[in-house]
Design a protein around this ligand. Structure first.
Ligand SMILES: CC(C)(COP(=O)(O)OP(=O)(O)OC[C@H]1O[C@@H](n2cnc3c(N)ncnc32)[C@H](O)[C@@H]1OP(=O)(O)O)[C@@H](O)C(=O)NCCC(=O)NCCS
Length: 187
């Protein structure tokens, strides 16, 4: 099973390295980036703490939390974001995806390109049955990515939780393996 690295047209999805801390904190430390994420802006120290956990997320073994990728731009070798596939329910083969892109590189289709590759890995190599994602309804860039990936909007929760001190509004999107395969045959 080849899970690392993954090459796409413009990107390389690879394992994190300790030396990625500064580049990662440069975007994960921004309020605008953390706004709709489950975490608050991350300091360099916090990113340094997290990197060993991300490196351990290599998809190997029954207890693996999932797959964590650093996203590198082929053209320059720069780290421009990170994407994740969390393993949720082993028996039911469920996964949850997530993504963060540095603002300087947003709006250029990089996240969609990276996540197309992650969906392929999840369905073809990991053998998942369904992958889902959650985002705030106001996070247009995020749910646009899910729609471009062919995911279906399964839920729109309104005020079902307190998120960062205020009522949330949350979309849940998902795609089944069959749906993903059928869409690939058409395109
Ligand atoms: C969500 C995020 C990863 C998207 O990354 P990206 O690289 O810009 O994504 P893509 O370029 O592949 O696609 C984004 C799409 O949303 C659209 N979009 C982005 N912001 C938008 C906005 N404010 N209004 C309308 N459309 C918007 C883009 O035009 C693009 O659609 P298009 O290709 O049809 O034009 C990025 O915005 C980000 O990192 N945000 C901060 C972290 C975050 O919120 N992560 C998700 C948590 S659930």
């Amino acid at each position: 099973m080849t899970l690392f690295p993954i090459e796409t047209e413009r990107l390389i999805l690879r394992k994190f390295r300790p030396s990625d801390a500064e580049a990662t904190a440069a975007y994960q430390g921004l309020a605008e980036v953390a706004r709709y994420c489950m975490w608050e802006p991350r300091s360099l120290e916090r990113v340094r703490e997290l990197i060993p956990r991300w490196i351990a997320m290599d998809g190997q073994g029954e207890n693996s939390e999932g797959l964590q990728y650093a996203v590198e731009l082929k053209a320059s070798g720069a780290l421009i974001g990170d994407v994740v596939l969390m393993f949720e329910d082993r028996a039911a083969r469920q996964g949850q995806i997530g993504y963060v892109m540095s603002p300087a590189f947003q709006g250029q289709g990089y996240t969609t390109e990276a996540m197309e590759a992650v969906l392929a890995v999840g369905f073809e190599q990991v053998g998942l049955h369904r992958m889902s994602a959650r985002c705030d309804a106001r996070n247009t860039g995020s749910w646009r990515v899910m729609e471009k990936l062919g995911m279906r909007r399964e839920a729109y929760f309104r005020e079902h939780a307190i998120f960062k001190g205020e009522w949330d509004q949350e979309f849940v999107y998902a795609i089944l393996e069959d749906e993903w395969r059928a869409a690939r045959e058409v395109n």
